[in-house]
Design a protein around this ligand. Structure first.
Ligand code: ATP
Ligand code: MG
Ligand code: MG
Ligand code: MG
Length: 440
């Protein structure tokens, strides 16, 4: 992409309404624009990052054997009356009336809708297990939308629903989700720690939230420092292997890690040596939940068993906050000059800065580099504007691409360009071919 043809409305001023770095930087880098409180337009640069996260989520869900689909944003209130949640959900639910005076709502989550699809299409135990998921916009009329996309009212969420015949199979589905989430966050360059979460009135041990440690997080968390040493790395996982998934879950949930909702100070002190006890703030970027037959019983989602009896299915729901993750990634990856994208999620991989726009040789060298980087699949953003070098560097630092290649007449005399890493700030003079090879 040539910057002269792109749409990148960067702001020079720091927007006064933004209280945290990610919100400020997303506005300044022209990634989002507020449409109304807690509702944002995703401008091209922000949309590109959102898409990259969405792609990773899809790839990892499909790898785990889960099936993508798409449910609508608007739902009928009738299903929610059946489950009893229409009244319980309270003011976070945006209620809408259509022209025929029917009660509708903008979905805050999809348990009812997916259970309705399931009950009207699946009859036999033979069709289980199944996990269906979608990535769709949600609406929750948050009392205090803030921090940009971190606590929006409209937000983008992956929500998956597992249907199993018995508890053992449902726990395997739960474990598959935990493992696939660990891999998803790692691919994004984030450490998200699974923490024991509140299961509310349903009870049981089967809910975890995934928390990214950050001072600006809204949750208070308590954990054994050793949990931050864990990583899935590049081990390959057989998601059909029950014991293997269980072993990974056991490994990642062995160290104490809880949010304030489930924190037990006495247990914390008994289990964790004092020098490893940590308390910090965290951002919730996902949650998994096994809740048994709560919705299947309420909505009559049953299957016929081998002996002819009918049984309500065991269900779980599993969410990832895709749009919140964009903010969380920036909270974890920025400095005073701007964003520092991890390579796995960056909107463009490399930026080209032309120091002497209009100079025939420099323009020609940039054009060739741009063509070569594009052919190599490195998705360059070429700053070909008639701007001062300082302004071009500031823009590149702000939008945070991992690599910058600076091209000017002085270097070109020796056949060299300058390659700079956004993360380390280190620069090297290289031939264009070597620079390309280095950021590949
Ligand atoms: P929170 O505690 O932050 O209100 P939640 O527990 O209500 O979140 P879930 O129902 O678990 O949210 O939804 C799954 C994921 O969706 C969350 O882990 C979070 O990452 C994301 N999410 C929830 N609410 C919002 C929001 N208002 N804006 C952006 N993302 C959100
Ligand atoms: Mg909430
Ligand atoms: Mg929560
Ligand atoms: Mg939650």
């Amino acid at each position: 992409m040539r910057l002269s043809r792109y749409f990148l409305p960067v702001l020079k001023e720091t927007p006064a309404e933004a209280q945290i770095a990610s919100h400020r930087l997303m506005l300044r880098a022209g990634m989002i624009r507020q449409a109304s409180a807690g509702i944002y337009s995703w401008l091209p640069l922000g949309f590109k990052v959102l898409r990259r996260l969405e792609d990773i989520v899809h790839e990892e869900q499909i790898r785990a054997g889960h099936i993508p689909m798409l449910m609508p944003t608007l739902q009928s209130a009738d299903l929610w009356r059946e489950s009893g949640r229409y009244d319980d959900y309270g003011q976070e639910m945006l209620r809408i009336t259509d022209r025929h005076n029917r009660d509708m709502l903008y979905g805050p989550t999809n348990e009812e809708l997916i259970t309705d699809i399931f009950r009207s299409t699946v009859n036999s135990y033979k069709e289980l297990p199944k996990t269906l998921y979608h990535i769709q916009w949600k609406f929750r009329d948050e009392i205090r939308p803030r921090f940009g996309v971190m606590r929006g009212r409209e937000f983008y969420m992956k929500d998956g629903y597992s249907f199993d015949i018995d508890e053992a199979s449902a726990i395997h589905a739960y474990n598959r989700h935990m493992v696939s989430y660990l891999r998803t966050y790692e691919r994004m360059g984030l450490q998200a720690i699974p923490m024991k979460a509140d299961t509310g009135p349903i009870g049981g041990d089967y809910s975890h939230e995934f928390l990214v440690l950050a001072d600006t997080g809204e949750s208070e968390v308590f954990y054994d420092r050793s949990v931050t040493d864990l990583s899935l790395g590049d081990r390959s996982v057989d998601f059909d292997n029950v014991a293997e998934c269980q072993a990974i879950v056991d490994e990642f949930t062995a160290p104490y890690a809880r949010t304030d909702e489930t924190h037990d100070e006495a247990l914390f002190e008994a289990e964790v040596p004092a020098d490893r006890r940590k308390s910090a703030r965290g951002i919730e970027v996902g949650q998994i939940f096994y809740f048994g037959t709560k919705y299947s019983e309420a909505l009559g989602a049953e299957v016929v068993m081998p002996d002819g009896s009918r049984k309500p299915v065991e269900m779980g729901s599993h969410g990832i906050g895709v749009s919140r993750l964009v903010g969380a990634l920036i909270e974890a990856n920025h400095d005073e000059n701007g964003i520092i994208w991890p390579e796995g999620v960056t909107p463009f991989r490399v930026g080209i800065v032309n120091l002497r726009q209009g100079d025939t040789d420099t323009d020609a060298a940039c054009d060739k580099l741009y063509a070569d980087l594009t052919a190599a699949g490195l998705d360059p953003l070429y700053d070909d504007r008639e701007e001062r070098a300082g302004a071009k560097f500031a823009t590149m630092d702000l939008i945070g691409l991992p690599w910058r290649i600076t091209v000017g007449p002085r270097g070109l005399k020796e056949g060299k360009v300058e390659l700079t890493s956004r993360r380390t700030g280190e620069s090297e003079l290289l031939t264009p071919a070597d620079a390309l090879a280095r950021c590949a």
